[in-house]
Design a protein around this ligand. Structure first.
Ligand code: SAH
Length: 464
């Protein structure tokens, strides 16, 4: 088999990145946009020693799991890798992905297939979007999304998993740039001004945030743009973020408020949250509530416990837990997020929380070893790379009754629960939450208790 060969493939599996997998002469061939159960014709693009990549040319016989993608850009877009799969099939794929990782990497061979919490309406769920800006061949300003595995911008202001307000906001910014001859940033030369536009919406409040990420500090005729953006109902916060570095990181460290509040407000359950442009906030508020309720259920609090919430962001989970705990401590590395977290505690009149700025793997050992602070329950919600070894070790040393691990990457979750297993903690329950319908990413929550301590769990989901 070589490049440009046409092959007929029976797609009998899916990769964790959502590609269909077919086999020829023992070679696994990865085909983007092919669905498990399809019979397809594909063109070989690249061959490695053991496997290859091919481009979907034609679906000969569609899989029963296949649906017509709703978005016309689904095939070129780098997001929504599963749009050609029915939503029910997407949920099955995700439950299996978490299950497989926990068995294969985590060594949890006795675990039953975890339950997955899906959405009733798996569209327009994202409260946040970051649109890259650029210039097309004709010299026109464009915005949209990056094509798969590239930084080529496909023009599109209408993303079906984003809010409807994205489109008028982007159109206003483009016409402003055309009127005042403002150049978009160019990654190659490092010249030009507008890099990205961040848009956030508070689903419970209707409040809108627009943040222009600039290769500079000033946007020409900003007052006129503000007047125009304010025509949109809900506009609450307009700001500029400065990023003059030649980097793939979208936002820089300095944010300059331009109009309105420096944050927007949203609500999850009974708790109100103020969110700054740079703070992490879960992108799917409907599913976030289910996720946090699961974390709270797994924490099984009675009202007296000391709880640590590591990687706490703006204190979302901390404040959720504080309603049922004695004392909650939150740890987060981004200072603005901790400022938000403290404001959010005050806003909700929650007094039994304290927040620390710093790395979990540094703050936790310090507080435990120097100040002897203990933990009845530890909740962690780390970024994709998972927890640092020092954090895991200290967690185990603190001997909490329960560890609740909220994870956005089941491969690192599996690695970390394996390590916690060596340190004396066993997984009792796992639930999966579909925070990202149409895409491959998936969120999971695991409950761990001390090994041998099975009486502590409400209902074990282990077979044994
Ligand atoms: N629990 C929060 C945030 C989870 S996202 C929520 O549900 O909204 C993970 C958070 O971890 C981010 O806010 C990120 O800034 C933070 N973070 C990343 N590395 C960290 C580290 N080493 N120590 C503490 N926080 C970290």
């Amino acid at each position: 088999m070589k490049k440009d060969d046409l092959v007929i493939l029976n797609i009998d599996d899916m990769s964790t990145e959502g590609e269909g997998i077919g086999r020829v002469d023992g070679f696994a061939i990865f085909v983007k946009d092919a669905v498990k159960g399809d019979l397809v014709e594909a063109k070989v693009m690249k061959m490695k020693k053991q496997y290859g990549f091919a481009r979907l040319m034609r679906v000969i016989e569609p899989s029963p799991l296949r649906v017509e993608p709703r978005c016309p850009h689904a095939r070129r877009c780098g997001g929504c890798q599963l749009q050609a799969m029915s939503y029910a099939a997407q949920l099955g794929f995700k439950a299996d992905k978490v299950w497989n990782n926990l068995q294969r990497i985590g060594g949890l061979t006795d675990l039953e297939r975890p339950e997955i919490m899906g959405m009733e309406d798996p569209w327009r769920y994202r409260n946040k979007a970051q649109f890259p800006f650029g210039t097309d061949r004709e010299g026109r300003i464009v915005t949209g999304f990056y094509a798969a595995r590239s930084h080529t911008i496909i023009p599109c202001t209408e993303c079906l998993i984003g809010v409807e307000e994205n489109r008028p906001i982007l159109e206003k910014i483009i016409s402003h740039m055309e009127k005042y001859h403002i150049p978009a940033y160019d990654e190659q030369s490092g010249k030009g001004l507008l890099r990205h536009v961040l848009i956030r919406k508070g689903f419970a409040t209707g409040e809108l945030m627009v943040c222009l990420i600039l290769n500079g500090r000033k946007f020409p005729a900003m007052e006129q743009l503000v007047v125009s953006l304010r025509e949109l109902p809900g506009m609450t916060s307009i700001s500029i973020n400065v990023n003059t570095q030649n980097t793939n990181v979208i936002m820089g460290s300095e944010t300059i408020p331009v109009w309105g509040q420096a944050y927007i407000t949203d609500k999850i359950g009974d708790i109100r949250y103020q969110i700054s442009p740079r703070s992490f906030y879960q992108v799917n508020p409907v599913q976030t509530e289910k996720l946090y309720r699961t974390a709270l259920e797994f924490a099984n609090l009675t009202g007296d416990e000391t709880v640590w919430d590591l990687y706490c962001g703006i204190g979302t989970i901390s404040l959720f837990l504080a309603q049922r705990a004695g004392q909650v401590y939150g740890v987060e590395v981004v200072p603005e997020a901790i400022a938000d977290a403290r404001r959010n505690a005050a806003l909700n009149r929650i007094g039994n929380v304290e927040f620390f700025v710093g790395k979990a793997e540094e703050v936790l050992p310090e507080k435990y070893e120097r100040e002897g602070i203990h933990a009845d329950v530890i909740v962690v919600d780390p970024p994709r790379k998972g927890c640092d070894e020092a954090a895991l070790q200290t967690m185990a040393k603190m001997q909490p009754e329960r560890i609740v691990y909220v994870s956005c990457d089941s491969a690192t979750l599996a690695r970390d629960v394996k390590r916690l297993g060596e340190l004396g903690y066993e997984v009792r329950k796992v639930k999966v939450c579909d925070m990202f319908p149409q895409g491959v990413a998936v969120e999971a929550v695991a409950l761990l208790t001390k090994s041998g301590d099975i009486s502590k769990t409400a209902s074990g989901s282990l077979k044994s």
